[in-house]
Design a protein around this ligand. Structure first.
Ligand SMILES: [Zn+2]
Length: 452
């Protein structure tokens, strides 16, 4: 048996609500709690993120009979789901927060009181009600059916709108979508590939990058078609179209590197789809040399997105460094075997036929003498450490002694570790003395020895 830390208690309803409203403030979105009267008079609840100015959806697909059950079930991903469609035509503004969002108070998170307050509108003529978290407080409104005329005839509309959010900057300029204007006279074309249904082509976008764990960055990007960027082609497409590379500031890959994550691991909030490589790397095919590549880039980034905003999730760094892993493993009273093969022959690799191979294994201290190095296959130490860390639980389980008289490793916060200051450098040096041959450094809590 391995002593594992006690799992944390599940969050309470106020804690769940606190998580949702805090993230709304950080992302500069509304959190909307809605109760809607369904045919047959049943009341259903829904919780979702929205962009200010987006109309209430025609139908609410909530399936919860109380705010408590809705809060108990909703996740951040669930509340973001569908944001692209809901806020496709919401007005688009730059995002300029003047400081961190105000945290909710205990009163703001009183779930029973909030539910009671929203249900105050439980009267026959009203279709429902909303509480909207914006700028650090709740705003309340009824929902009614609009009159029989006008563009929103027969739709569910709010009685009143909350004030504009404090983070709202200037509106993002746009032109009418040229393709919608020519293809549709009595409504929308089935699927406009240029604007993806927004009917506008924006000259800017707001890119929000978050790890959903407190780190949020808002980037306001604007193009000026009157002052186009003039860039030299970096490549040609097969048909001869030149391709230009935008300055690094406008590439998501650049920001991923700054955040210490791999660009290909960026995904869109709300859809979880990977960010497309063209947007990521800022490579723009320029069919007409007079076009502004930045305008093309930003109209593509904003098309089909909520309020012309690209919301991106960056993953949390998923592996410790080798030194951190050594401390962790030594704290468990176990040993770590780090194998390197320098100048490894790599038959079958088209780009590199020789390189480094790495492997990291967890083992019991008394197994250290019998450890037989395998041919290491990870192309970098980082990927070997990440793989070891990802399967650490299994590795620890496999080190549990079969002899019941042997002691079980338990975490030792006071355990001493004599790990070297630069374990990677030291192990690579050892590998260089034996090129083309696996070399293993076994790091136990009390010493280090080498196998070849
Ligand atoms: Zn269009």
């Amino acid at each position: 048996m391995v002593v594992a830390p006690r799992p944390p208690a599940p969050p309470t309803l106020p804690e769940r609500l606190a998580t949702l409203v805090t993230l709304a403030g950080q992302l500069c979105l509304d959190l909307v709690i809605e109760v809607r009267r369904q045919p047959g008079a049943a009341l259903t609840w829904a919780i979702r993120y929205d962009a200010p100015g987006a109309p209430p959806p025609a139908e609410q697909r909530g399936r919860f009979d109380s705010l408590g059950t809705a809060l108990d079930a909703v996740t951040v991903a669930g509340a973001l789901h569908g944001l692209h469609q809901r806020a496709l035509r919401a007005p688009a503004y730059l995002v300029i927060p003047d400081g961190p969002p105000s945290p909710p108070t205990t009163d703001d998170l009183d779930v029973q009181r909030l539910e009671k307050r929203i249900r105050t509108y439980d009267e026959p003529a009203v279709r429902g009600a909303q509480a909207i978290w914006r700028d650090g407080r709740w705003w309340h409104t009824k929902l009614r059916l609009s009159g029989p005329s006008g563009s929103d005839a027969g739709r569910c509309v709010r009685d009143r709108e909350p004030p504009e959010p404090s983070w709202q900057g200037p509106s993002i300029p746009y032109v009418d979508c040229p393709d919608c204007a020519t293809t549709s006279s009595n409504g929308l074309p089935p699927r406009c590939r240029t604007c993806r249904g927004a009917r506008r082509s924006y000259l800017g976008t707001v890119v929000t990058i978050t790890d959903l764990d407190g780190q949020v960055m808002h980037l306001n990007w604007l193009a000026d078609p009157d002052r186009p960027l003039r860039l030299s082609p970096v490549a040609l497409q097969p048909d001869g179209t030149p391709v230009v590379a935008l300055p690094s500031h406008y590439r998501l890959a650049h920001w991923a590197h700054i955040l210490g994550v791999r660009p290909e691991h960026l995904t869109e909030l709300g859809t979880s789809a990977p960010v497309d490589p063209g947007s990521r790397d800022g490579l723009i095919p320029l069919a007409d040399a007079t076009d502004d590549p930045l305008t093309l880039h930003l109209s593509r980034l904003s098309a089909g997105r909520p309020a012309a905003r690209l919301l991106v999730r960056s993953p949390l760094p998923d592996a410790p460094t080798l030194a951190e892993l050594i401390r962790l493993v030594h704290g468990l009273g176990l040993a770590l075997a780090v194998t390197v093969e320098v100048d490894q022959r790599r038959d079958g690799f088209s780009l590199r036929t020789r390189g480094e191979g790495w492997q990291v294994d967890v083992l019991r201290v008394d197994q250290a003498d019998r450890f037989a190095p395998q041919r290491p296959y990870h192309p970098s130490l980082a990927s070997a450490v990440a793989a070891c860390y990802a399967y650490l639980e299994l590795a620890i389980a496999s080190t549990v002694p079969t002899d019941p008289r042997q002691p079980i490793p338990v975490p030792q916060s006071s355990a001493t570790s004599i790990a070297p200051d630069d374990p990677e450098g030291m192990i690579r040096q050892l590998g260089r003395r034996h090129p083309g041959q696996p070399v293993t450094a076994i790091l136990t809590p009390t010493g280090c020895h080498v196998h070849t």
